[in-house]
Design a protein around this ligand. Structure first.
Ligand SMILES: O=C([O-])CC(=O)C(=O)O
Ligand SMILES: [Mg+2]
Length: 229
């Protein structure tokens, strides 16, 4: 019976991952993963994925406000495709990587530019600028069988009804299997871990009182109120 339960659990990785918000152990972010961002920022095209971590305490669900920490003067929105891992994953090839994906979500990778910019210039980590509470608003879990092609998903974001970001995951520099294979060389990806694949161009600062809306194809649409601490 125990064995049967184990087999069933392995076969139903997707169901388990539906609870990534509560069960996930880490959030792995990829920076500068769209060519239009690289061009706009006038930085070299990354030769390998630029990887950072965010704590799971930064998750936020629709219905709760984004809370801007008073220590930060400039916080920016970044709309992104999130990838939810379904199975333990270590040293996987690009060819096998997609079999470790349970599903997806729409995500925001909120970033305190004041912290990140200063930290980068000084060669310091930018953990707090990416990891503050409410810095990772997410949609509910979208099982992989509902997503025909994760590399053809339009992404958009508006602030107070004005379009600020419009992109498509077709333009990712490192695709989902590239990222999974690369990260799994270094750290084990575990069920319910989330990968943030990077944001298309147009990311900019927002403020208390703003309303942020974003969407991903016909799969997800989110609205968040912003308030101060
Ligand atoms: O905030 C940044 O500079 C990098 C980042 O997360 C992204 O490109 O998505
Ligand atoms: Mg990002």
């Amino acid at each position: 019976m125990v064995q049967l339960t184990r087999i069933l659990r392995m076969a139903c990785g997707n169901q388990n991952a539906a609870n990534f918000l509560n069960e996930g152990k880490k959030i792995v972010g990829v920076a500068l993963n769209y060519m239009d961002v690289v061009k706009a920022r006038n930085v070299p095209v990354p030769s390998e994925p630029l990887v950072f971590l965010k704590p799971t305490s930064s998750y936020l669900q629709e219905g709760q406000p984004i809370v801007l920490p008073k220590v930060f003067t400039k916080v920016a929105y970044e709309v992104e495709l999130g990838v939810v891992i379904g199975k333990h994953c270590k040293n996987v090839s690009k060819a096998d990587a997609m079999s470790y994906v349970a599903g997806y979500c729409l995500a925001l990778d909120l970033t305190a530019q004041c912290n990140l910019g200063a930290a980068r210039a000084a060669g310091h980590p930018w953990t707090l600028g990416k990891g503050f509470d409410t810095s990772t608003p997410v949609s509910s879990f979208i099982p992989s069988d509902q997503v025909k092609d994760p590399h053809n998903l339009p992404l958009w974001l508006t602030v107070n009804g004005v379009v600020k970001q419009k992109g498509c995951t077709a333009d990712l520099i490192f695709k989902v299997p590239d990222i999974i294979s690369y990260v799994s060389k270094y750290m084990t990806l575990e069920p319910n871990d989330l990968i943030l694949t990077g944001t298309p161009n147009g990311s900019d600062v927002f403020k208390s009182g703003d309303v942020i809306e974003c969407g991903m194809a016909e799969l997800a649409k989110l609205t968040f109120q912003v308030c101060g601490e």
